[in-house]
Ligand binder design. Structure first.
Ligand code: SF4
Ligand code: SF4
Length: 323
Protein backbone atom coordinates (compact mmCIF):
# COMPACT_ATOMS: atom_id res chain seq x y z
CA UNK A 1 0.00 0.00 0.00
CA UNK A 2 1.28 3.49 -0.85
CA UNK A 3 2.49 5.43 2.16
CA UNK A 4 0.74 8.76 2.97
CA UNK A 5 2.64 11.71 1.53
CA UNK A 6 3.76 14.37 4.02
CA UNK A 7 5.23 17.83 3.38
CA UNK A 8 7.09 20.18 5.73
CA UNK A 9 7.48 23.82 4.78
CA UNK A 10 8.73 26.98 6.51
CA UNK A 11 7.75 30.59 6.03
CA UNK A 12 8.64 33.56 8.30
CA UNK A 13 10.25 31.71 11.22
CA UNK A 14 13.60 31.22 12.92
CA UNK A 15 14.11 27.55 12.03
CA UNK A 16 13.35 26.32 15.55
CA UNK A 17 10.30 24.39 14.34
CA UNK A 18 12.56 22.49 11.90
CA UNK A 19 14.86 21.73 14.84
CA UNK A 20 11.85 20.41 16.75
CA UNK A 21 11.29 17.76 14.05
CA UNK A 22 14.96 16.78 14.25
CA UNK A 23 14.60 16.71 18.07
CA UNK A 24 12.22 13.78 17.67
CA UNK A 25 15.53 11.86 17.55
CA UNK A 26 14.88 8.12 17.20
CA UNK A 27 11.12 8.76 17.32
CA UNK A 28 11.43 10.15 13.80
CA UNK A 29 12.37 6.70 12.46
CA UNK A 30 8.87 5.16 12.65
CA UNK A 31 7.52 8.35 11.04
CA UNK A 32 9.99 8.18 8.18
CA UNK A 33 9.12 4.47 7.87
CA UNK A 34 5.37 5.14 7.80
CA UNK A 35 5.20 8.17 5.48
CA UNK A 36 6.64 9.41 2.23
CA UNK A 37 8.18 12.86 2.79
CA UNK A 38 7.66 14.82 -0.44
CA UNK A 39 8.90 18.27 0.63
CA UNK A 40 11.23 19.38 3.43
CA UNK A 41 13.44 22.23 2.16
CA UNK A 42 15.65 22.28 5.25
CA UNK A 43 16.63 18.62 4.88
CA UNK A 44 15.70 17.19 1.46
CA UNK A 45 16.19 18.40 -2.10
CA UNK A 46 12.65 18.47 -3.45
CA UNK A 47 11.64 21.41 -5.61
CA UNK A 48 8.53 23.52 -6.02
CA UNK A 49 7.97 21.97 -9.46
CA UNK A 50 7.78 18.51 -7.80
CA UNK A 51 4.81 19.74 -5.76
CA UNK A 52 3.26 21.54 -8.73
CA UNK A 53 3.35 18.25 -10.68
CA UNK A 54 1.25 16.46 -8.01
CA UNK A 55 -2.49 15.96 -8.23
CA UNK A 56 -4.66 18.18 -6.02
CA UNK A 57 -5.13 16.52 -2.60
CA UNK A 58 -2.27 14.06 -3.24
CA UNK A 59 -0.39 15.09 -0.06
CA UNK A 60 -2.01 13.65 3.08
CA UNK A 61 -0.68 16.30 5.50
CA UNK A 62 1.36 19.48 5.18
CA UNK A 63 3.04 20.84 8.30
CA UNK A 64 3.66 24.55 7.70
CA UNK A 65 5.63 26.62 10.18
CA UNK A 66 6.25 30.36 10.17
CA UNK A 67 4.05 33.37 9.60
CA UNK A 68 3.26 34.78 6.14
CA UNK A 69 5.19 37.92 5.19
CA UNK A 70 6.22 37.56 1.54
CA UNK A 71 4.75 36.90 -1.88
CA UNK A 72 6.68 33.63 -2.18
CA UNK A 73 5.39 32.37 1.17
CA UNK A 74 1.82 33.14 0.15
CA UNK A 75 2.25 31.36 -3.21
CA UNK A 76 3.81 28.29 -1.57
CA UNK A 77 1.17 27.89 1.14
CA UNK A 78 -1.61 28.31 -1.43
CA UNK A 79 0.07 25.63 -3.56
CA UNK A 80 0.42 23.29 -0.55
CA UNK A 81 -3.21 23.98 0.43
CA UNK A 82 -4.35 22.84 -3.02
CA UNK A 83 -2.22 19.69 -2.95
CA UNK A 84 -3.00 18.69 0.68
CA UNK A 85 -5.91 16.99 2.39
CA UNK A 86 -4.88 18.36 5.79
CA UNK A 87 -2.84 21.48 6.61
CA UNK A 88 -1.39 21.87 10.09
CA UNK A 89 -0.21 25.28 11.33
CA UNK A 90 2.94 24.12 13.05
CA UNK A 91 4.35 26.29 15.83
CA UNK A 92 3.50 29.70 17.26
CA UNK A 93 4.38 31.77 14.18
CA UNK A 94 2.08 29.86 11.81
CA UNK A 95 -0.61 29.57 14.49
CA UNK A 96 -0.61 33.08 16.05
CA UNK A 97 1.94 35.15 14.11
CA UNK A 98 4.72 34.58 16.64
CA UNK A 99 7.66 36.87 17.23
CA UNK A 100 7.88 37.87 13.51
CA UNK A 101 4.34 39.22 14.05
CA UNK A 102 5.66 41.96 16.32
CA UNK A 103 6.78 43.62 13.07
CA UNK A 104 3.11 44.64 12.72
CA UNK A 105 3.79 47.40 15.26
CA UNK A 106 5.57 49.19 12.41
CA UNK A 107 4.91 49.85 8.73
CA UNK A 108 6.93 48.01 6.11
CA UNK A 109 8.61 51.27 5.17
CA UNK A 110 9.63 51.95 8.79
CA UNK A 111 11.18 48.47 8.97
CA UNK A 112 13.08 48.88 5.68
CA UNK A 113 14.31 52.33 6.74
CA UNK A 114 15.57 50.98 10.08
CA UNK A 115 17.25 47.89 8.61
CA UNK A 116 18.84 49.49 5.53
CA UNK A 117 19.36 53.15 6.51
CA UNK A 118 18.99 54.06 10.18
CA UNK A 119 20.41 51.23 12.31
CA UNK A 120 23.62 52.50 13.98
CA UNK A 121 25.70 49.69 12.45
CA UNK A 122 24.51 50.36 8.86
CA UNK A 123 26.68 52.23 6.33
CA UNK A 124 24.60 52.76 3.16
CA UNK A 125 25.45 56.23 1.73
CA UNK A 126 23.82 55.45 -1.64
CA UNK A 127 20.56 54.39 0.04
CA UNK A 128 20.54 51.03 -1.73
CA UNK A 129 17.51 48.84 -1.03
CA UNK A 130 16.99 45.20 -2.11
CA UNK A 131 15.29 45.09 -5.51
CA UNK A 132 12.63 42.65 -6.68
CA UNK A 133 14.68 41.98 -9.84
CA UNK A 134 18.39 42.58 -10.47
CA UNK A 135 20.20 41.97 -13.74
CA UNK A 136 23.44 40.18 -12.87
CA UNK A 137 24.77 39.84 -16.43
CA UNK A 138 24.48 36.06 -16.32
CA UNK A 139 20.75 36.46 -15.78
CA UNK A 140 18.14 38.08 -13.61
CA UNK A 141 18.07 37.46 -9.86
CA UNK A 142 14.71 37.96 -8.17
CA UNK A 143 13.51 38.44 -4.60
CA UNK A 144 9.96 37.92 -3.34
CA UNK A 145 8.03 41.08 -2.43
CA UNK A 146 7.47 41.74 1.28
CA UNK A 147 3.83 42.14 2.27
CA UNK A 148 2.76 45.20 4.19
CA UNK A 149 2.12 43.13 7.34
CA UNK A 150 2.61 39.69 8.89
CA UNK A 151 -0.32 37.26 8.80
CA UNK A 152 -1.04 33.98 10.52
CA UNK A 153 -1.33 30.93 8.26
CA UNK A 154 -5.12 30.75 8.67
CA UNK A 155 -5.45 34.39 7.59
CA UNK A 156 -4.12 33.26 4.18
CA UNK A 157 -5.35 29.66 3.69
CA UNK A 158 -7.77 27.29 5.42
CA UNK A 159 -6.07 25.28 8.19
CA UNK A 160 -7.39 22.06 9.74
CA UNK A 161 -5.24 21.84 12.91
CA UNK A 162 -2.80 23.82 15.02
CA UNK A 163 0.24 22.58 16.95
CA UNK A 164 1.37 25.40 19.26
CA UNK A 165 4.76 26.21 20.74
CA UNK A 166 7.98 28.07 20.09
CA UNK A 167 9.00 25.48 19.19
CA UNK A 168 6.45 22.66 19.57
CA UNK A 169 7.84 20.07 22.01
CA UNK A 170 8.75 16.63 20.59
CA UNK A 171 6.12 14.74 22.65
CA UNK A 172 3.32 16.92 21.27
CA UNK A 173 4.62 16.39 17.72
CA UNK A 174 4.86 12.63 18.26
CA UNK A 175 1.29 12.51 19.62
CA UNK A 176 0.01 14.50 16.63
CA UNK A 177 1.87 12.28 14.15
CA UNK A 178 0.49 9.16 15.83
CA UNK A 179 -3.05 10.58 15.76
CA UNK A 180 -2.65 11.36 12.04
CA UNK A 181 -1.23 7.93 11.18
CA UNK A 182 -3.96 6.18 13.19
CA UNK A 183 -6.70 8.45 11.79
CA UNK A 184 -7.64 9.57 15.31
CA UNK A 185 -7.60 13.33 14.83
CA UNK A 186 -10.08 15.49 16.77
CA UNK A 187 -12.58 17.92 15.25
CA UNK A 188 -11.28 20.20 12.49
CA UNK A 189 -10.09 23.50 13.95
CA UNK A 190 -8.63 21.90 17.09
CA UNK A 191 -5.41 22.98 18.74
CA UNK A 192 -3.50 19.72 19.30
CA UNK A 193 -2.54 20.48 22.92
CA UNK A 194 -4.23 20.26 26.34
CA UNK A 195 -6.70 23.09 27.01
CA UNK A 196 -5.84 23.51 30.73
CA UNK A 197 -3.99 26.73 31.56
CA UNK A 198 -0.27 26.59 32.19
CA UNK A 199 -0.94 27.65 35.82
CA UNK A 200 -3.01 24.45 36.28
CA UNK A 201 0.06 22.32 35.47
CA UNK A 202 2.73 24.59 36.94
CA UNK A 203 4.99 23.05 39.61
CA UNK A 204 4.84 26.44 41.42
CA UNK A 205 1.04 26.73 41.50
CA UNK A 206 0.81 25.94 45.25
CA UNK A 207 2.75 29.12 45.99
CA UNK A 208 0.25 31.20 43.98
CA UNK A 209 -2.08 32.81 46.51
CA UNK A 210 -5.85 33.05 45.94
CA UNK A 211 -5.50 36.83 45.64
CA UNK A 212 -2.29 38.30 44.23
CA UNK A 213 -1.48 41.97 44.83
CA UNK A 214 1.12 43.61 42.64
CA UNK A 215 2.59 46.86 43.94
CA UNK A 216 5.75 46.74 41.84
CA UNK A 217 6.61 45.02 38.54
CA UNK A 218 10.02 43.38 38.71
CA UNK A 219 12.23 42.36 35.79
CA UNK A 220 14.01 39.03 35.73
CA UNK A 221 17.30 40.71 34.83
CA UNK A 222 17.26 42.65 38.10
CA UNK A 223 15.73 40.26 40.58
CA UNK A 224 16.09 36.75 41.94
CA UNK A 225 13.01 34.56 42.28
CA UNK A 226 13.23 31.45 44.50
CA UNK A 227 12.74 28.42 42.24
CA UNK A 228 9.58 27.31 44.05
CA UNK A 229 7.73 30.65 44.01
CA UNK A 230 5.02 31.71 41.54
CA UNK A 231 6.46 34.51 39.38
CA UNK A 232 3.28 36.59 39.44
CA UNK A 233 3.04 36.47 43.23
CA UNK A 234 6.62 37.80 43.32
CA UNK A 235 5.75 40.70 40.98
CA UNK A 236 7.26 39.23 37.79
CA UNK A 237 4.96 39.15 34.76
CA UNK A 238 4.14 35.55 33.82
CA UNK A 239 1.56 34.79 31.12
CA UNK A 240 0.71 31.39 32.63
CA UNK A 241 -2.89 32.37 33.48
CA UNK A 242 -3.61 33.28 29.81
CA UNK A 243 -1.70 30.42 28.15
CA UNK A 244 -2.57 26.76 27.58
CA UNK A 245 -0.40 23.94 28.86
CA UNK A 246 1.41 21.20 26.96
CA UNK A 247 4.94 22.60 26.85
CA UNK A 248 6.04 20.75 29.99
CA UNK A 249 6.39 24.15 31.78
CA UNK A 250 9.82 24.34 30.20
CA UNK A 251 10.46 28.06 30.85
CA UNK A 252 9.24 27.78 34.46
CA UNK A 253 11.53 24.78 34.97
CA UNK A 254 14.41 26.98 33.79
CA UNK A 255 13.34 29.66 36.32
CA UNK A 256 11.94 31.94 33.64
CA UNK A 257 8.34 33.20 33.49
CA UNK A 258 5.99 32.11 30.70
CA UNK A 259 5.84 34.39 27.67
CA UNK A 260 2.75 32.74 26.20
CA UNK A 261 4.05 30.84 23.17
CA UNK A 262 1.33 28.15 23.41
CA UNK A 263 -1.38 30.73 22.94
CA UNK A 264 -4.71 31.12 24.70
CA UNK A 265 -7.42 28.58 25.42
CA UNK A 266 -10.23 28.18 22.89
CA UNK A 267 -12.53 30.39 24.94
CA UNK A 268 -10.12 33.35 24.71
CA UNK A 269 -10.06 35.47 21.57
CA UNK A 270 -7.15 37.72 22.50
CA UNK A 271 -4.36 36.37 24.71
CA UNK A 272 -2.75 39.77 25.38
CA UNK A 273 -6.05 41.42 26.32
CA UNK A 274 -6.92 38.46 28.55
CA UNK A 275 -3.65 38.80 30.42
CA UNK A 276 -3.91 42.59 30.53
CA UNK A 277 -7.33 42.42 32.19
CA UNK A 278 -6.06 39.79 34.67
CA UNK A 279 -2.99 41.93 35.38
CA UNK A 280 -5.06 45.11 35.89
CA UNK A 281 -7.07 43.34 38.60
CA UNK A 282 -3.85 42.47 40.47
CA UNK A 283 -2.66 46.04 40.86
CA UNK A 284 -2.72 46.85 44.54
CA UNK A 285 -3.66 50.52 44.55
CA UNK A 286 -6.59 52.91 44.20
CA UNK A 287 -4.33 55.89 43.70
CA UNK A 288 -4.10 57.08 40.08
CA UNK A 289 -0.49 58.27 40.38
CA UNK A 290 0.61 55.01 41.94
CA UNK A 291 -1.27 52.91 39.37
CA UNK A 292 0.47 54.89 36.61
CA UNK A 293 3.83 54.28 38.26
CA UNK A 294 3.17 50.53 38.38
CA UNK A 295 1.90 50.28 34.77
CA UNK A 296 4.76 52.51 33.53
CA UNK A 297 7.20 50.03 35.03
CA UNK A 298 6.07 47.40 32.48
CA UNK A 299 8.72 47.75 29.81
CA UNK A 300 7.43 47.25 26.24
CA UNK A 301 3.85 46.16 27.15
CA UNK A 302 2.86 45.35 23.52
CA UNK A 303 5.97 43.22 23.06
CA UNK A 304 5.36 41.50 26.38
CA UNK A 305 1.63 40.83 26.31
CA UNK A 306 1.54 40.07 22.56
CA UNK A 307 4.99 38.50 22.19
CA UNK A 308 3.58 35.58 20.20
CA UNK A 309 0.07 36.61 19.23
CA UNK A 310 -0.10 40.13 17.77
CA UNK A 311 -1.28 39.23 14.21
CA UNK A 312 -4.02 36.95 15.62
CA UNK A 313 -5.21 39.45 18.23
CA UNK A 314 -8.21 41.72 18.16
CA UNK A 315 -5.64 44.52 18.11
CA UNK A 316 -4.60 43.22 14.69
CA UNK A 317 -7.48 45.12 13.14
CA UNK A 318 -5.65 48.35 14.02
CA UNK A 319 -2.70 47.12 11.98
CA UNK A 320 -4.64 45.60 9.09
CA UNK A 321 -3.13 46.40 5.75
CA UNK A 322 -3.40 45.02 2.26
CA UNK A 323 -1.43 41.83 1.62
S1 SF4 B 1 1.63 32.58 37.08
FE1 SF4 B 1 3.38 31.51 36.17
S2 SF4 B 1 4.64 30.84 37.91
FE2 SF4 B 1 2.61 31.37 38.71
S3 SF4 B 1 1.49 29.43 38.76
FE3 SF4 B 1 1.03 30.43 36.77
S4 SF4 B 1 2.55 29.60 35.32
FE4 SF4 B 1 3.28 29.14 37.41
S1 SF4 C 1 6.38 28.26 29.61
FE1 SF4 C 1 5.13 29.58 28.25
S2 SF4 C 1 6.61 30.58 26.86
FE2 SF4 C 1 7.67 28.84 27.84
S3 SF4 C 1 7.41 27.13 26.40
FE3 SF4 C 1 5.71 27.01 27.88
S4 SF4 C 1 4.00 28.15 26.92
FE4 SF4 C 1 5.90 28.70 25.83
Amino acid sequence: MAKPKVAFYWCASCGGCEEAIVDLAENILPVVEAVDIVLWPVALDFKRKDIEAMKDGEIAVSFINGAIRSEEQEEMVKLLRRKSQIVIAFGSCAYLGGIPGLANLFTRQEILDTVYFDAPSVVNPNKILPQLATDMGEGEVTLPELHECVKTLDQVIAVEYYIPGCAPPPDLISEALTAILEGKLPAVGSVLAPQKTLCDTCPRKDSKPEKISVSEVKRMAFTQIPDDKCFLSEGVICLGPATISGCGTRCINANMPCRGCFGPSKAVKDQGAKFLSAFASLIDSEDEEEIKKITDSVIDPAGLFYMFSLPSSLKAKFFEREV
